[in-house]
Design a protein around this ligand. Sequence first.
Ligand code: DHB
Ligand code: MG
Length: 221
Amino acid sequence: MSQQRWSEVDSYIEQQLVGEDAVLAAAREASENAGLPAIALTPAHGKLLHLLARIQGARSILEVGTLGGYSTIWLARALPDDGRLVTLELNPHYAEVAAANAELAGLAGLIKIEVGPALESLRALIVADAGPFDMVFIDADKSSTPEYFELALELTRPGSVIVADNVVRDGALADPATRDPGSQGMRRFHELLATDARVSATTVQTVGAKGYDGFTLALVR
Ligand code: DHB
Ligand code: MG
């Protein structure tokens, strides 16, 4: 099977089931026009996150890695009117683009963007007792995923759901000799999950317009 076929099927799924609307399409386009890397979720994965948040009945969501706010909009749309979403972004330019996209989506009132290193923002949220969050989505620099997970866990409650993106990385997840720092991070992340009695987790491999990758889903016990 080829990348072309995976992309064709993603387009089919998008047309049949997802129907990315004008607001989401504009957010993706604004991000790309502003020079942000074209690594936002596919529409199908955006909708998966949205559905997970709804299944969870999430009223509060924490996101690590905002980029241009594409996933942020999918997630915030799952919240009730009095819900809240806190999203952490290192790059001030990305955060500006995301803030404009959230505004255009009519969701700025639900979304708080914290600019700075996510490890510092997470520690500040813990100190401020800003949790618990019903759902956490980790999609930032891959090598730090284990540290983001450990801190995010302190901002959850039993029953919270944690999702992490890009954990399979073309299969490097299963290669003990991988030299890619991101893949090493995802292996450390899995070692943590395997030994941490506070969570029950699985990882699902995916193919699609963004190639071969996967995500981890963890339930806080
Ligand atoms: C990259 C980051 C992502 O979050 C993603 O979904 C795909 C690629 C990257 O940094 O290359
Ligand atoms: Mg990602």
